[in-house]
Design a protein around this ligand. Sequence first.
Ligand SMILES: [Zn+2]
Ligand SMILES: [Zn+2]
Length: 299
Amino acid sequence: MRALIRSQGVRLAARPTPQPAPGEARIKVAFAGLCRTDLQVADGLIPVAEPRVLGHEFSGWIDALGAGVEGLRVGQPVAVMPLLPCGACFGCRHARPCAAPRLLGVDRDGAFADHITLPAAAIYPIPEDLPLRRAAFAEPLAAALAVLEAGLERGERGAVYGQGRIAALTLRVLRHAGFERVEPVEDAASLGLDAYDFIVETRLDAAAWPLLIAATRPQGRLVLKSRATGAIQIDPLAAIQKHLTLKAVYYGAFPEALRLLRGGLEVDDLLATPRPLEEHAAVFEAARLGETTKPLFAL
Ligand SMILES: [Zn+2]
Ligand SMILES: [Zn+2]
């Protein structure tokens, strides 16, 4: 099969088609989205064991079943929650979020390939009337839905800070959920002082941090939503003196993302025209230049 791998750079390679182990299913990939995470792996900012197949946002059809898998059938259209719980940490043992999940395309081979094998528990059958191209957007939407678990109040004045499709999607999720007083802010310098009851950041760096703190009112809430890798320098005292709540969120419910994709939340305008895997270099390069729409590969 074809696979886009990180191995001293990124290249398309021929790899053996994987066979599903007991408890796993094999998926024939239909569409796969390119994420900031994939770019960071491609650029060596997130180290991986090489060779590693990239990609974690995708849809497809069940193609083969390993022993003991129930509730899935060959030919079924599916989407995948690409973060696999470790099964051993405190969170996993106490029905809380896993503290050390393995991400496809980083810790395990990913979805920029003709086929992928996965534990059945990560696979979600989707309705026949949900287009596979849209279903490939389920993981970013599940990530955006995390803001609904930040304890925000609907009547409050809020801002979504950032640019591009992630900020746009986060804003849409909040408005769809009834947050009417939330607005987009692209430039952190224009946030103002004590201007918001809450701010959701979708892009974080050392320059934005003090501006986000300054713009959140005393006893307000700053939601950490982006997944900036690496350390940034922060001055905690400004947040302390304002009694701010800093709330980190990661994912909302994956089934809820699939429900919203089926109808109710407009996302098609955030998806780019799918391109073949062979055009990966151009697709990666365009993604580095801007994040307006979600780049997609059609397998
Ligand atoms: Zn992603
Ligand atoms: Zn765990």
